[in-house]
Design a binder for this molecule. Structure first.
Ligand code: ATP
Ligand code: MG
Length: 262
Protein backbone atom coordinates (compact mmCIF):
# COMPACT_ATOMS: atom_id res chain seq x y z
CA UNK A 1 0.00 0.00 0.00
CA UNK A 2 1.29 3.45 -0.89
CA UNK A 3 1.89 5.81 2.03
CA UNK A 4 0.08 8.63 0.29
CA UNK A 5 -2.28 8.59 -2.62
CA UNK A 6 -3.67 11.76 -4.13
CA UNK A 7 -6.53 10.72 -6.39
CA UNK A 8 -8.09 12.96 -9.01
CA UNK A 9 -8.10 15.95 -6.69
CA UNK A 10 -9.61 19.31 -7.56
CA UNK A 11 -9.01 22.26 -5.25
CA UNK A 12 -11.00 25.47 -5.36
CA UNK A 13 -10.56 28.88 -3.84
CA UNK A 14 -14.12 30.15 -3.76
CA UNK A 15 -15.79 29.27 -7.04
CA UNK A 16 -12.59 29.07 -9.02
CA UNK A 17 -11.20 25.56 -9.54
CA UNK A 18 -7.48 26.18 -9.19
CA UNK A 19 -6.05 22.68 -9.08
CA UNK A 20 -7.51 20.20 -11.50
CA UNK A 21 -7.52 16.42 -11.45
CA UNK A 22 -4.21 15.95 -9.68
CA UNK A 23 -3.14 12.36 -9.01
CA UNK A 24 0.12 11.10 -7.56
CA UNK A 25 1.32 8.43 -5.18
CA UNK A 26 4.18 8.28 -2.74
CA UNK A 27 5.61 5.07 -1.34
CA UNK A 28 7.24 4.72 2.04
CA UNK A 29 10.78 6.11 1.89
CA UNK A 30 10.23 7.73 -1.47
CA UNK A 31 11.11 11.30 -2.37
CA UNK A 32 8.98 13.18 -4.86
CA UNK A 33 9.93 16.56 -6.25
CA UNK A 34 7.25 18.89 -7.55
CA UNK A 35 8.39 21.53 -10.01
CA UNK A 36 6.51 24.04 -12.11
CA UNK A 37 6.14 27.72 -12.75
CA UNK A 38 4.93 30.21 -10.19
CA UNK A 39 1.19 29.95 -9.61
CA UNK A 40 0.95 26.43 -10.99
CA UNK A 41 -0.54 25.08 -7.76
CA UNK A 42 2.41 23.38 -6.04
CA UNK A 43 1.88 24.95 -2.62
CA UNK A 44 -1.86 24.41 -2.85
CA UNK A 45 -1.40 20.69 -3.45
CA UNK A 46 0.99 20.03 -0.59
CA UNK A 47 -0.99 22.17 1.81
CA UNK A 48 -4.06 20.13 0.92
CA UNK A 49 -2.30 17.01 2.17
CA UNK A 50 -1.99 18.60 5.58
CA UNK A 51 -5.49 20.08 5.52
CA UNK A 52 -3.98 23.54 5.65
CA UNK A 53 -5.03 25.23 2.42
CA UNK A 54 -4.92 28.98 2.97
CA UNK A 55 -7.64 31.45 2.13
CA UNK A 56 -10.63 29.12 2.43
CA UNK A 57 -9.42 26.82 -0.34
CA UNK A 58 -11.09 23.41 -0.38
CA UNK A 59 -10.69 20.02 -1.96
CA UNK A 60 -13.80 19.84 -4.13
CA UNK A 61 -13.26 16.52 -5.90
CA UNK A 62 -11.21 13.38 -5.54
CA UNK A 63 -9.60 11.98 -2.42
CA UNK A 64 -6.36 12.05 -0.46
CA UNK A 65 -5.54 8.71 1.14
CA UNK A 66 -2.86 8.38 3.81
CA UNK A 67 -2.11 4.82 4.88
CA UNK A 68 -5.41 3.63 3.54
CA UNK A 69 -7.64 6.24 5.12
CA UNK A 70 -9.15 9.32 3.60
CA UNK A 71 -7.71 12.52 5.03
CA UNK A 72 -10.76 14.41 3.87
CA UNK A 73 -12.84 12.74 6.54
CA UNK A 74 -10.61 13.41 9.54
CA UNK A 75 -11.99 15.15 12.60
CA UNK A 76 -10.08 18.16 13.96
CA UNK A 77 -8.66 15.95 16.73
CA UNK A 78 -7.43 13.39 14.18
CA UNK A 79 -5.81 16.19 12.17
CA UNK A 80 -3.95 17.41 15.25
CA UNK A 81 -2.73 13.91 15.95
CA UNK A 82 -1.54 13.41 12.37
CA UNK A 83 0.17 16.79 12.13
CA UNK A 84 1.84 16.30 15.48
CA UNK A 85 3.21 12.85 14.87
CA UNK A 86 3.17 11.55 11.32
CA UNK A 87 3.39 14.46 8.99
CA UNK A 88 5.32 17.69 9.22
CA UNK A 89 5.62 20.63 6.93
CA UNK A 90 8.45 23.03 6.32
CA UNK A 91 7.42 26.32 4.80
CA UNK A 92 9.32 28.50 2.40
CA UNK A 93 9.85 31.12 5.04
CA UNK A 94 9.59 29.25 8.30
CA UNK A 95 10.98 32.28 10.11
CA UNK A 96 7.94 34.34 9.25
CA UNK A 97 5.69 31.63 10.70
CA UNK A 98 7.35 31.82 14.11
CA UNK A 99 6.08 33.95 16.93
CA UNK A 100 8.34 37.00 16.68
CA UNK A 101 7.80 38.03 20.28
CA UNK A 102 9.04 34.80 21.86
CA UNK A 103 12.52 33.43 22.20
CA UNK A 104 13.19 30.64 19.74
CA UNK A 105 14.14 28.36 22.61
CA UNK A 106 10.79 28.85 24.33
CA UNK A 107 8.88 28.14 21.13
CA UNK A 108 11.01 25.07 20.50
CA UNK A 109 10.72 23.75 24.07
CA UNK A 110 6.96 24.13 23.94
CA UNK A 111 6.86 22.27 20.63
CA UNK A 112 8.96 19.44 22.04
CA UNK A 113 6.89 19.23 25.20
CA UNK A 114 3.70 18.73 23.17
CA UNK A 115 5.35 15.58 21.80
CA UNK A 116 7.18 14.19 24.78
CA UNK A 117 6.77 14.27 28.51
CA UNK A 118 10.25 15.53 29.30
CA UNK A 119 11.59 18.33 31.46
CA UNK A 120 12.18 21.82 30.17
CA UNK A 121 15.94 21.30 30.49
CA UNK A 122 15.83 18.07 28.49
CA UNK A 123 13.66 19.71 25.84
CA UNK A 124 16.07 22.63 25.63
CA UNK A 125 19.03 20.28 25.16
CA UNK A 126 17.16 18.37 22.51
CA UNK A 127 16.46 21.62 20.66
CA UNK A 128 20.12 22.60 20.83
CA UNK A 129 21.11 19.19 19.51
CA UNK A 130 18.73 19.47 16.54
CA UNK A 131 20.00 22.97 15.73
CA UNK A 132 23.55 21.67 15.79
CA UNK A 133 22.56 19.04 13.25
CA UNK A 134 21.50 21.90 10.96
CA UNK A 135 25.07 23.18 11.28
CA UNK A 136 23.98 26.32 13.02
CA UNK A 137 26.75 27.97 15.02
CA UNK A 138 26.45 28.70 18.75
CA UNK A 139 23.08 27.01 19.14
CA UNK A 140 22.60 27.95 22.76
CA UNK A 141 22.72 31.59 21.74
CA UNK A 142 20.29 30.91 18.90
CA UNK A 143 17.86 29.36 21.38
CA UNK A 144 18.12 32.56 23.42
CA UNK A 145 17.39 34.79 20.41
CA UNK A 146 14.20 36.20 18.96
CA UNK A 147 13.51 35.20 15.34
CA UNK A 148 14.20 38.75 14.12
CA UNK A 149 17.70 38.58 15.57
CA UNK A 150 18.70 35.83 13.15
CA UNK A 151 19.48 35.93 9.47
CA UNK A 152 16.88 34.58 7.04
CA UNK A 153 18.96 31.48 6.43
CA UNK A 154 19.42 30.83 10.16
CA UNK A 155 15.69 31.19 10.77
CA UNK A 156 14.97 28.81 7.93
CA UNK A 157 17.32 26.23 9.41
CA UNK A 158 15.55 26.57 12.76
CA UNK A 159 12.27 25.84 10.94
CA UNK A 160 13.78 22.83 9.22
CA UNK A 161 15.21 21.56 12.52
CA UNK A 162 11.77 21.78 14.13
CA UNK A 163 10.13 19.98 11.20
CA UNK A 164 12.65 17.16 11.47
CA UNK A 165 12.71 16.80 15.27
CA UNK A 166 10.40 13.81 15.38
CA UNK A 167 11.40 11.95 12.23
CA UNK A 168 8.01 12.35 10.57
CA UNK A 169 6.80 9.57 8.34
CA UNK A 170 5.93 12.16 5.74
CA UNK A 171 7.70 15.46 5.32
CA UNK A 172 6.23 18.16 3.10
CA UNK A 173 8.71 20.87 2.23
CA UNK A 174 7.72 23.96 0.27
CA UNK A 175 10.83 25.48 -1.29
CA UNK A 176 12.70 24.94 1.96
CA UNK A 177 16.09 26.01 0.70
CA UNK A 178 15.31 28.81 -1.76
CA UNK A 179 16.38 31.48 0.71
CA UNK A 180 19.72 29.82 1.47
CA UNK A 181 23.15 30.10 -0.07
CA UNK A 182 24.24 27.16 -2.21
CA UNK A 183 26.57 25.66 0.41
CA UNK A 184 23.92 25.64 3.11
CA UNK A 185 21.37 24.46 0.57
CA UNK A 186 23.56 21.50 -0.31
CA UNK A 187 24.00 20.58 3.37
CA UNK A 188 20.30 20.71 4.03
CA UNK A 189 19.43 18.73 0.93
CA UNK A 190 21.86 16.11 2.26
CA UNK A 191 20.07 16.12 5.62
CA UNK A 192 16.72 15.53 3.96
CA UNK A 193 18.23 12.56 2.19
CA UNK A 194 19.70 11.29 5.48
CA UNK A 195 16.29 11.52 7.11
CA UNK A 196 14.93 9.32 4.37
CA UNK A 197 17.86 6.90 4.50
CA UNK A 198 17.90 6.59 8.31
CA UNK A 199 14.21 6.70 9.14
CA UNK A 200 12.45 5.86 5.89
CA UNK A 201 10.76 9.26 5.84
CA UNK A 202 8.83 9.94 2.66
CA UNK A 203 9.30 13.45 1.35
CA UNK A 204 7.50 15.73 -1.06
CA UNK A 205 9.67 18.68 -1.91
CA UNK A 206 8.48 21.66 -3.92
CA UNK A 207 11.34 23.44 -5.59
CA UNK A 208 12.07 25.83 -8.42
CA UNK A 209 15.50 24.32 -8.71
CA UNK A 210 15.56 21.47 -11.20
CA UNK A 211 19.01 20.53 -9.96
CA UNK A 212 17.66 19.94 -6.46
CA UNK A 213 14.52 18.30 -7.85
CA UNK A 214 16.45 15.77 -9.86
CA UNK A 215 19.14 15.20 -7.25
CA UNK A 216 16.63 14.42 -4.53
CA UNK A 217 13.59 13.10 -6.32
CA UNK A 218 13.02 9.43 -7.00
CA UNK A 219 10.06 10.86 -8.83
CA UNK A 220 9.45 14.21 -10.44
CA UNK A 221 6.05 15.80 -10.94
CA UNK A 222 5.68 18.77 -13.27
CA UNK A 223 2.77 21.14 -12.73
CA UNK A 224 1.41 23.89 -14.89
CA UNK A 225 -1.80 25.91 -14.58
CA UNK A 226 -3.09 23.76 -11.75
CA UNK A 227 -2.56 20.48 -13.53
CA UNK A 228 0.07 17.80 -13.59
CA UNK A 229 1.39 17.89 -17.12
CA UNK A 230 4.05 15.21 -16.71
CA UNK A 231 5.36 12.86 -14.02
CA UNK A 232 7.57 9.84 -13.72
CA UNK A 233 10.68 8.46 -12.10
CA UNK A 234 13.82 10.54 -12.33
CA UNK A 235 15.51 8.74 -15.19
CA UNK A 236 12.39 8.78 -17.27
CA UNK A 237 11.84 12.47 -16.67
CA UNK A 238 15.44 13.46 -17.38
CA UNK A 239 16.17 11.22 -20.31
CA UNK A 240 13.04 9.76 -21.84
CA UNK A 241 10.07 12.07 -21.46
CA UNK A 242 9.26 13.90 -24.67
CA UNK A 243 6.71 16.13 -22.99
CA UNK A 244 7.31 19.54 -24.51
CA UNK A 245 6.98 21.44 -21.21
CA UNK A 246 9.34 19.12 -19.33
CA UNK A 247 11.85 19.37 -22.16
CA UNK A 248 11.61 23.12 -22.09
CA UNK A 249 12.23 23.24 -18.33
CA UNK A 250 15.27 20.99 -18.70
CA UNK A 251 16.64 23.01 -21.57
CA UNK A 252 16.34 26.15 -19.46
CA UNK A 253 18.75 24.77 -16.83
CA UNK A 254 22.04 26.55 -17.31
CA UNK A 255 25.08 24.43 -17.89
CA UNK A 256 28.16 25.06 -15.77
CA UNK A 257 31.45 25.07 -17.57
CA UNK A 258 29.92 23.08 -20.37
CA UNK A 259 28.64 20.38 -18.02
CA UNK A 260 24.98 19.80 -17.47
CA UNK A 261 24.09 18.66 -13.98
CA UNK A 262 20.57 17.56 -14.80
N1 ATP B 1 -5.30 32.13 -0.51
C1 ATP B 1 -5.61 32.11 -1.81
N2 ATP B 1 -6.78 32.60 -2.25
C2 ATP B 1 -7.11 32.58 -3.57
N3 ATP B 1 -6.33 32.05 -4.52
C3 ATP B 1 -5.16 31.54 -4.15
C4 ATP B 1 -4.74 31.53 -2.78
N4 ATP B 1 -3.51 30.93 -2.71
C5 ATP B 1 -3.21 30.61 -3.97
N5 ATP B 1 -4.18 30.95 -4.84
C6 ATP B 1 -4.18 30.73 -6.29
O1 ATP B 1 -3.92 29.38 -6.55
C7 ATP B 1 -3.03 29.26 -7.67
C8 ATP B 1 -1.88 28.38 -7.27
O2 ATP B 1 -1.15 29.02 -6.23
P1 ATP B 1 0.01 28.28 -5.47
O3 ATP B 1 0.44 29.15 -4.35
O4 ATP B 1 -0.43 26.91 -5.15
O5 ATP B 1 1.14 28.23 -6.61
P2 ATP B 1 2.66 27.76 -6.54
O6 ATP B 1 2.86 26.79 -7.65
O7 ATP B 1 3.00 27.33 -5.17
O8 ATP B 1 3.43 29.11 -6.92
P3 ATP B 1 4.87 29.68 -6.39
O9 ATP B 1 5.91 28.90 -7.15
O10 ATP B 1 4.83 31.11 -6.78
O11 ATP B 1 4.93 29.46 -4.91
C9 ATP B 1 -2.65 30.66 -8.09
O12 ATP B 1 -3.43 31.01 -9.22
C10 ATP B 1 -3.05 31.51 -6.92
O13 ATP B 1 -3.48 32.77 -7.34
MG1 MG C 1 4.28 28.07 -3.72
Amino acid sequence: MALLEIKNVDISYGKRVTVKNVSMTLEKGEICSIVGESGSGKTTVIRAVLGLIAGGGKVTAGDIIYEGRSLLKLTPAEWRELRGHDVSMIFQDSGAMMNQTRLIGNTYVEYIQTHEKISKKEAWDKGVHMLERMRLPDCDRIMRSYPFQLSGGQRQRVGIAMGMTYQPRLLLADEPTSALDVTTQAQIVRQFMDLRDEYGTSIIIVTHDLGVASYMGDKIVVMRNGEIVDQGDRDYMLHVSDNSYTTMLLDAVPSLGGRRYV
